[in-house]
Structure formats: C-alpha cells, structure tokens
Design a protein around this ligand. Structure first.
Ligand SMILES: [Ca+2]
Ligand SMILES: [Ca+2]
Length: 204
C-alpha cells in the first residue's frame, strides 16, 4: 500500500475546511448552551439543609397555574418525619430555577435563577427568613443586570451572607465570577464585586 497516498488527503484544503468546521462553535448552539434551563438540568435539583429538628427541602416545580416553574420550600419540625407548610417562594409568572439554600441559626437564605419578566435575562434572586422559615422577606434581585447571570452559590455565618455566580454582563461579554455580600442577615447587600481571573479583583 502506498502510504503517501493515504497521508496526502489529510492535508488537502477540503479536508482542512471540514476539520475547522467540525471544531468551530455554532453561535446558536452556544446561545442555547447558556440557557440555564437547558444546560444545568443536573443543577435544577432539590436542595436540602437542616438545623437540629428543622429540615428544609427546596425544589423547582412547573406545576403552577402559569406552567412556569416556581421555587417551593417544605419544612419539617420533627427531623424529617413529616413535612407541612409548603411555601411558594418565588411565585412569579416567569421561570424560576436552580435553587440553593443555607441555614444559619434562625436564618434561612434561599437563592435561585429567575428569567426576569420572561425576557431571557436570567437574574440571581435571593430571599431570606429571619424566623426559622416561618415568614420570608421580599425577594431581592442580586445581579440586576442585562447579562446572563447563572449558577448561584450561597454561604452564611452569623449575620453575614455571601453569594457568588457566573455573569457575562461585563463589557466584552466574558464570563466572570461575581460576588455580593450582606452583613445584616440578608436585609441589604453591598455592591457587586467582579472577580476577574486574569487581572485580579475589580469592581464594576
Ligand atoms: Ca416562577
Ligand atoms: Ca442578569
């Protein structure tokens, strides 16, 4: 067999064009892949936390009157033996997804993604309870920008609450890790800090 005949087609212009086309990212596929409802199904799962006998389970559900998902919370006060008082925490006519929660003393902190006004602009929403989940404060739009905000994570300690998420709202459209902190149990939040992986920490 003539090995040269086999090698030459690999370097032919047609083969190279096919190769480049196969590795290029289709812009439509990229846009689709940034839709949290499509790319993060594994993240769109129930979340759970507990404090002594209090167990909280959080999940997204589209069995709503609008057919658009909301974030529901179930609380058990007997170590998970029984649950009652299922609360609809988002209660919006747009999609609500990817919930996370954390407990710190009598404070329950919840974050999720909200398809703001069904616009495709996903935002990081936050809601706090300061009475062990009996009542919740009004939701806060933590990201509040026109970029795609997704994958929120939350942590808390005493009166401090911190949130991080991905966001592409910067001028060049790059995705950055965003950070926002509260020092009063989630009542108010400091300005957003953008964590830039290439130049260090910058504030918008
Ligand atoms: Ca909703
Ligand atoms: Ca946003």
């Amino acid at each position: 067999m003539n090995i040269q005949k086999l090698i030459l087609p690999i370097f032919s212009p047609i083969f190279i064009i096919i190769l480049i086309s196969s590795v290029m990212v289709n812009p439509l596929q990229l846009a689709s892949s940034l839709d949290p409802s499509q790319t993060s199904p594994s993240r769109n799962r129930p979340a759970i936390t507990l404090n002594e006998d209090n167990v909280f389970v959080l999940w997204p559900d589209n069995k709503t009157s609008t057919g658009k998902s909301d974030i529901f919370l179930a609380k058990s006060a007997d170590g998970g033996a029984s649950f009652k008082d299922i609360l609809n925490l988002s209660n919006t006519t747009s999609r609500s997804a990817n919930p996370e929660l954390i407990i710190s003393g009598a404070n329950i902190y919840v974050t999720w993604l909200e398809d703001f006004n069904n616009s495709g602009n996903w935002e990081i929403y936050f809601k706090a309870s300061n009475d062990n989940g009996t009542t919740f404060n009004k939701p806060i739009n933590i990201s509040n920008n026109t970029g795609l905000s997704e994958d929120p994570e939350i942590a808390a300690d005493e009166e401090n609450v911190i949130l991080t998420w991905w966001d592409n709202s910067t001028s060049n459209g790059d995705r950055h890790v965003m950070y926002r902190a509260s020092t009063d149990n989630g009542i108010t939040f400091n300005p957003i800090i953008t964590l830039n992986a290439t130049t260090g920490i910058t504030s918008p």
